[in-house]
Design a protein. Structure first.
Length: 389
């Protein structure tokens, strides 16, 4: 008689005392491992953003020159030709009348993007990303000409120029080719100089707002309590699940940076929503620690049909005048209904550890586990959000 595989959740009625003791020893070891308090404390600076301390997105339009015949085709990309003529006119060269005769393929129109960090001073440098707009094949070896980068308000905050570092591609006449990276996109490290600062006076603030990156009522309350406990007075209030209002004490206003340094280093245990994230394409399942289920019975079985073809030689009897030798396929069909699978009972209130061990004990793979989790959720037994990507 086969013993049930589900030792941790069904009654262990194994006759052999040695086997039963081993099972309980493993269960006790696993229980001891997961019984430790999960004090995953995080620094406040890792879970909140300070309102006003933020990046700014910059964008610009420019030209990359010096390409080895891999640039835009001026007949197919007219805005590249017009940009070339406009650039030459600004340099004192009139080529508008010769627009139709421009045949160069060493130039490409590109979009230039950059991120302006907070409190960037004039003269500091930032990285830029260059991407083609037309039918250019590669930016390898190209140089970006002076390109103003604008913010959302239309003001120029930086100017970019420099050699583009991009991937490459090569091909032969036989059709074989090799590509490394993305040839039509590249970067210019420290390729933009900041020309205008974003005006934000942090030292003048008397009240600050801390924004939680993962809004939660409990976490917001814990952050406020930890700050008040450190300052020993009520200076922080949780306004909503995402915002904590922080009033800077009058004695600490001359040293606001030092005060915020202390606040950032305080540790809080963030709360989390019970959530199960499933990616059906890759078979990835991610479950939070707070996931629990009610009492539910699970049975999983697969119907497997195996068909094998074996060639069989059929030939006439010796001395027969009729008949020819033929190769006849012999078919063998084997059906497995997964009879070895058992109906498993999960008691109510089991934790993530119990749920994973239970499903693994049934011999369930990631794909089948996704279907089971969806079925448990449909039955109303999964006390967590099920998010399918």
């Amino acid at each position: 008689m086969r013993r049930p595989k589900f030792h941790l959740f069904l009654s262990c009625r194994i006759r052999h005392a040695v086997v039963c003791a081993a099972v309980y020893a493993v269960a006790a070891g696993v229980g001891l491992l997961f019984s430790q308090p999960a004090l995953a404390a995080s620094r406040i600076k890792d879970i909140v953003n300070v309102e006003g301390v933020r990046d700014n997105i910059l964008v610009g339009y420019g030209l990359v020159v010096g390409l080895n015949g891999t640039g835009d085709s001026l007949t197919n990309v007219p805005f590249t030709a017009r940009s070339l003529v406009g650039m030459l006119e600004r340099l004192g060269i009139n080529s508008r009348e010769d627009l139709d005769s421009l045949k160069t393929k060493n130039i490409a129109a590109v979009m230039v993007t950059a991120t302006l960090p907070p409190f960037s001073a004039q003269g500091s440098r930032v990285d830029v990303v260059v991407s083609t707009m037309g039918d250019a094949k590669s930016l390898q070896g190209g140089t970006l000409l002076v390109t103003p980068l604008q913010g959302a308000d239309g003001e120029v905050y930086a100017v970019a120029q420099g050699s583009v570092a991009s991937g490459f591609s090569a091909s032969g006449q036989s059709g074989s080719s090799i590509t490394k990276g993305v040839p039509t996109s590249g970067r210019i490290p420290s390729g933009a100089i900041v020309e205008r600062e974003v005006l934000f006076r942090l030292s003048a603030l008397q009240t600050m707002r801390l924004s939680l990156r993962n809004p939660d009522f409990t976490t917001a309350k814990r952050v406020a309590d930890v700050i008040n406990g450190h300052v020993k007075t009520r200076v922080a209030d949780a306004l909503d699940p995402a915002t904590i209002r922080l009033t800077v004490p009058e004695a600490r206003r001359p040293d606001l940076v030092g005060f915020m340094t202390e606040i950032e280093q305080l540790k809080v245990v963030p709360d989390e929503i019970a959530r199960v994230v499933v990616d059906e394409q890759s078979g990835i399942i991610v479950m939070g620690e707070a996931v629990h289920i009610n009492t539910v019975a699970i049975a999983q079985g697969n119907l497997t049909i195996k068909i094998s073809e074996t060639p069989y030689v059929s030939q006439p009897l010796p001395g027969a005048r009729v008949g020819t030798t033929q190769v006849v396929p012999q078919t063998d069909i084997d059906i497995d209904e997964g009879a070895g699978k058992k109906l498993a009972l999960l008691q109510g209130g089991v934790s993530l550890q119990d749920l994973v061990q239970s499903l693994n004990a049934l011999g369930i793979g990631p794909r089948d586990m996704i279907q089971i989790l969806q079925s448990i959720k449909a039955a109303g037994a999964l006390q967590a959000e099920l998010e399918v990507l």
